[in-house]
Design a protein around this ligand. Structure first.
Ligand SMILES: Cc1cc2nc3c(=O)[nH]c(=O)nc-3n(C[C@H](O)[C@H](O)[C@H](O)COP(=O)(O)OP(=O)(O)OC[C@H]3O[C@@H](n4cnc5c(N)ncnc54)[C@H](O)[C@@H]3O)c2cc1C
Length: 365
């Protein structure tokens, strides 16, 4: 997808690239500030035509093998995500085909962005899982002060807290994906709300999660050959592209306002876990008043979306995960006894059992 221009990535209404019709094709002229995989065979893009901003599909190469009117000006030198080429490009008479209705291009291209937001939520969860696996492995084999690190009570609290988030993001990622799995209209409506919601929280937690997993390794986690260095550089990216944090939170509010049924579906699904945990019941009851008056909710959007996402995860864990994990999650994420950082909790419960579940293979020294 080539959407982002200099004057605005989030605000696609500012698109300046132009499109003029030439028979069955359209010819596009303009500039894109970020365009990953510019060597792709096919890509979607936006340009301004007679009726407004429209969506187009372009080939990287024409049928006769010649390069389409696409000129790479520069590859970006990025702080991470280096094996993905991201470019600044110019379109000079780029041949393309109109996709969807002319003038409805933003809505059309966002159908794809909705799915790439799901990718972001899932891949953020995968980055957390890999970081956790590395941290459990390292602390299972490293000893300090007479015991393996994984046996030190405070390290256990940190690792178990990370494991709770890793499991919660796995369950919620799978549930988000399930909304897109068939033709059920209610599931798609729920997905319209929970996919940006899930993207927001997963992407927000990843940098802090990876930094904590890196710290579990001590200095060994901070050297380039270690996989953690790459995860650390990658960690903030999912929160930036495909709708940055604020943008996806505002999108959740928009979905809730434009299709209140989606909010009803979120409530129905979340309420299924009522009665299973005191912390959960209390947190849900405290949260519901925040949903009133969505028209003035913009400054509170992050708070609303974060709580929605945590309650959604807690509901899934209470219904599907072992009690040890679900109740520890409710205490640590919804109860009052949790500070800001991983491991800053007094109520995580049986950390060793949580870690046994999270470990890949036995935790032997
Ligand atoms: C590695 C990488 C690869 C990329 N690849 C592509 C690609 O292939 N194709 C493509 O089209 N783009 C690509 N992008 C661009 C990316 O999608 C944009 O950077 C992103 O959408 C944000 O747009 P922007 O950079 O213009 O920031 P802006 O739109 O200027 O946003 C800056 C900040 O303001 C916040 N903000 C915006 N509007 C509001 C509001 N109303 N209220 C409160 N806060 C707001 C945003 O959340 C963000 O935090 C890529 C970016 C990166 C880093």
């Amino acid at each position: 997808m080539a959407m982002t221009e200099k004057q605005g990535g989030s605000d696609l209404r500012q698109t300046r690239t132009t499109a003029r019709q030439a028979g069955d094709l359209w010819l596009l002229d303009g500039h894109k500030w970020f365009f990953s995989v510019p060597q792709s065979d096919l890509f979607l893009t936006l340009a301004r035509s007679g009726r407004g901003i429209s969506c187009f599909l372009a080939q990287g190469w024409r049928d006769d093998g010649s390069r389409n009117g696409l000129f790479i000006q520069r590859l970006k030198d990025k702080c991470g995500n280096r094996s993905n080429a991201s470019a600044e490009v110019e379109f000079r008479g780029l041949e393309a085909r109109l996709v969807g209705e002319e003038g409805r291009g933003i809505a059309t291209i966002l159908e794809m962005a909705h799915l790439t937001r799901l990718d972001c939520a899932i891949s953020a969860g995968a980055i957390m899982r890999q970081a956790l696996t590395q941290a459990i492995h390292h602390t299972s084999h490293r000893s300090a002060f007479g015991r393996r690190l994984i046996e030190q009570p405070l390290m256990q609290a940190v690792l178990a807290d990370l494991a709770l988030d890793s499991e919660a993001f796995l369950w919620s990622g799978l549930r988000l994906a399930a909304t897109q799995g068939g033709d059920d209209e209610a599931e798609h409506l729920l997905g319209r709300l929970v996919i940006p919601m899930g993207k927001y929280l997963a992407c927000k937690r990843t940098p802090a999660f990876v930094a904590e997993a890196m710290e579990c390794h001590g200095g060994n986690g901070f050297v380039e050959p270690h996989p953690l260095a790459r995860l650390y550089r990658e960690a903030p990216l999912n929160g930036i592209w495909e709708g940055s944090g604020n943008v996806v939170c505002l999108d959740v509010l928009r979905a809730a306002r434009n299709a209140p049924e989606s909010l009803g579906l979120w409530l129905d699904e979340t309420r299924k876990a009522r009665g299973a945990s005191r912390e959960f019941d209390r947190a849900l009851a405290d949260f519901e008043p925040l949903l009133r008056d969505l028209d003035t909710a913009e400054p509170r959007a992050r708070l609303i979306v974060e709580r929605m996402a945590r309650l959604f995860q807690a509901g899934l864990l209470l219904r599907h995960a072992p009690d040890t994990v679900a109740h520890a999650f409710c205490r640590a994420r919804l109860g009052p006894h949790h500070g800001q950082d991983y491991g800053a909790t007094s109520g995580i419960g049986p950390a060793a059992r949580i870690l046994e579940r999270a470990a890949v293979g036995p935790m032997q020294g």
